[in-house]
Design a protein around this ligand. Structure first.
Ligand SMILES: CC(C)(COP(=O)(O)OP(=O)(O)OC[C@H]1O[C@@H](n2cnc3c(N)ncnc32)[C@H](O)[C@@H]1OP(=O)(O)O)[C@@H](O)C(=O)NCCC(=O)NCCS
Length: 250
């Protein structure tokens, strides 16, 4: 059954109660079935005391009809934030030369210093926090600074750090799961962009994990730099979702 799952970290950082909609078997059954499931999830959440002010959801485009969703969740205001693509690495071993000047820091060894990468927090414009005006710039910035800090200091099992001219220039944070390596934060500092640092980072991740695992990363379709980067290193989109925020009215 679809359900509201409380998001404690988001709630703390944003200063409002947050949850995400988790779908069960309804995905792919069409917009009517998915809208009904959303309605039931909100009703069950309310009965269980999950009265989140902000609920985030990702719905496949063919299942997403905002009008139907509004009918099933009348006490919610819906903000559609855009389409997100999930990219997956090409199958098989990485064939190119091993990229230089990329180091892998492990959480088990203390991670890496987040401070050089904090300026990236202001650049994560293509994220649901920045894309929703009701979250606001200040909160979006605070969430990203905390996220970069947390990932560098242990939340991500590994952090790939690329340098340029001896300075930290870009990072990719890596969550390792059975058969998969999920990249969460990928960013290159403004001064180092357009000089191949992002491609170097991605190729280093592929060389390390690409043979044994599917490497995946998500990007909003409008994020031309990220989409261009992932395609340039051989990734292709394997899923598409509409990203929505449901705000409680009143
Ligand atoms: C996305 C990002 C990591 C790219 O890093 P980068 O070091 O500038 O990328 P590279 O110089 O290695 O570029 C590699 C390829 O990516 C593509 N690319 C990079 N920037 C691009 C842009 N602005 N527009 C279109 N394609 C772009 C190109 O195909 C490029 O190859 P080319 O230079 O041979 O044309 C960087 O722009 C960034 O940090 N953006 C802000 C944070 C962000 O949005 N992160 C992604 C979240 S999913």
């Amino acid at each position: 059954m679809s359900a509201l799952v409380p998001l404690e970290w988001d709630s703390r950082l944003l200063g409002l109660s947050c949850a995400r909609l988790e779908f069960a078997e309804e995905c792919g059954l069409g917009p009517r079935a998915v809208a009904s499931a959303v309605g039931r999830a909100f009703a069950a959440g309310a009965s269980a005391g999950v009265r989140a002010e902000l609920v985030a959801a990702k719905i496949q485009p063919e299942d997403c009809d905002v009008r139907m969703l509004s009918e099933e969740a009348p006490d919610r205001r819906i903000v559609a934030l855009g389409r997100e693509w999930t990219f997956r690495s090409p199958a098989g071993a990485f064939a190119g030369p091993l990229p230089e000047n990329v180091a892998f820091a492990r959480a088990a060894n203390g991670g890496t210093d987040p401070v050089p990468f904090l300026p990236l927090a202001a650049d994560m414009r293509h994220s649901r926090y920045y894309l929703d005006p009701d979250v606001g710039e200040d909160r979006a910035l605070a969430v990203w600074e905390a996220s970069i800090t947390g990932h560098c200091q242990g939340f991500a099992q590994e952090i790939a750090v690329a340098s340029l001219g001896g300075r930290p220039a870009g990072l990719a944070t890596i969550h390792l799961e059975d058969g998969a390596a999920r990249l969460h934060i990928v960013g290159v500092l403004g001064w180092a962009r357009g000089r191949g640092v992002g491609a170097r980072l991605m190729r280093a991740v592929l060389a390390r994990h690409g043979e044994a695992r599917a490497v995946t990363v998500e990007a909003f379709a409008e994020n031309q730099a990220a989409v261009g980067l992932y395609r340039a290193v051989g990734f292709s989109p394997v899923a598409e979702h509409v990203v929505l925020h449901f705000w409680r009215r009143g």
